[in-house]
Design a protein around this ligand. Structure first.
Ligand code: SAM
Length: 345
């Protein structure tokens, strides 16, 4: 205990810089793994500051690499930091950080796509969903190819309140290609509005908190990077199973520039398409000539609620996939042509 009676803040002792760590351990970025490193500690401090108050927090960092963000997290006075890194070359440099922060940093060599966050921290951290978010945070600067599947998986976890969300409404601060950050936060009517916007916003408060210019990374990626903060909502704006919402949203946005009835029609088998699409739109009270980007979350809620009722009435409907039907029609036609050719010969 410090003389003032307050707990003294933890600071890492002087260490080689990230640039020196990269040189020391010969950590040349691997292009196939889309590795781009942040060396400027003012920027990594800013990401950490914007992720919330981390005092005594339990933090999970995805893809620490040479450890820039890792240092900033440790300097934020956290209780514990678990990092998961796929590339073994980074482990010795991270071990150096672990030695400098005894008992605080746990290094896992693994894959963020399969790591079980729900087993990483003490069960005593769990909060009720309706309470304030728990003192558990997820932070990461991941390759774009990993951050999209990961956020979709985590959004589904939010909907089911499992995975990292067994602790309650765990907050996440993650980087994305700027254009993806804009899609995640796009409002109704904006041209960036997409499947990601609706899926993220019906479950979370989503904020694009700042943009990092590509030149801040080594090597420089071709695009700028958006830092996005997610706080799961107490009450999701659509209360239907994730897979159902995702099916409706995905169908609508597959014909992004057409009227919304076009994509919605694909929820139904060809034989009943016209009639069922009309019924869905009428019961949901949606103008069929709205474009997908003009549909608000409230519109999607009505569509999902009505589609759910239609699925309850027809137990085969949810499993229907128009691509499979198309494939079947094509293969039937090919077979018919083959038989006709044989008759002609
Ligand atoms: N966080 C570091 C920084 O900001 O400088 C490194 C960022 S680099 C864009 C992404 C890091 O994620 C790399 O260290 C890479 O090896 C790691 N990575 C890539 N795919 C991963 C996965 N599936 N699981 C865990 N780590 C992964």
């Amino acid at each position: 205990m410090a003389a003032s009676g307050k707990l003294s803040a933890f600071r890492l002792p002087p260490l080689p810089t990230i640039r020196e760590i990269i040189k020391l351990f010969k950590l040349k970025a691997v292009k196939q793994l889309s590795q781009n490193f942040l060396l400027d500690l003012r920027l990594t401090d800013k990401i950490v500051r914007k992720s919330g108050n981390l005092t005594n927090a339990y933090v999970y960092e995805v893809g620490p690499g040479p450890g820039g963000i890792t240092r900033s997290i440790l300097n934020a006075n956290v209780a514990e930091l678990v990092v998961v890194e796929k590339d073994t070359r980074f482990i010795p440099g991270l071990q150096m950080l672990s030695d400098a922060a005894p008992g605080k940093l746990k290094i896992v060599h693994g894959d963020a796509l399969t790591f079980k966050v729900e087993r990483a921290f003490p069960g005593s951290l769990k909060r009720q969903w309706e309470d304030d978010p728990p003192n558990v945070h997820i932070i990461g600067n991941l390759p774009f190819s990993v951050s999209i599947p990961l956020i979709i998986k985590w959004l589904e976890n939010i909907s089911c309140r499992d995975g990292p969300f067994v602790y309650g409404r765990t907050q996440m601060t993650l980087t994305f290609q700027k254009e993806v950050a804009e899609r995640l936060t796009a409002n109704t009517g904006s041209k960036q509005r997409s499947r990601l916007s609706v899926t993220a916003q019906y479950l979370c408060d989503v904020q694009h908190i700042f943009t990092i210019p590509g030149r801040a990374f080594i090597p420089k990626p071709e695009v700028d990077v958006g830092v996005v903060h997610f706080t799961p909502l107490i009450q999701p704006k659509i209360e239907q199973p994730f897979k159902l919402v995702d099916k409706v949203v995905q169908n609508v946005f597959q014909f992004k520039r057409k009227y919304c009835h076009r994509g919605l029609g694909m929820l139904f088998p060809a034989a009943q398409r016209l009639e069922s699409t009309g019924r869905l739109l009428q019961l949901a009270d949606i103008d069929p000539t709205l474009r997908p980007c003009q549909l608000s979350i409230a519109h999607f809620k009505s569509l999902c609620d009505v589609y759910r009722k239609m699925c309850d009435e027809d137990p085969h409907l949810f499993a229907y996939n128009f691509r499979e039907e198309l494939k079947q029609i094509k293969s039937n036609n090919a077979e018919k042509e083959h038989v006709e050719d044989n008759h002609r010969l």
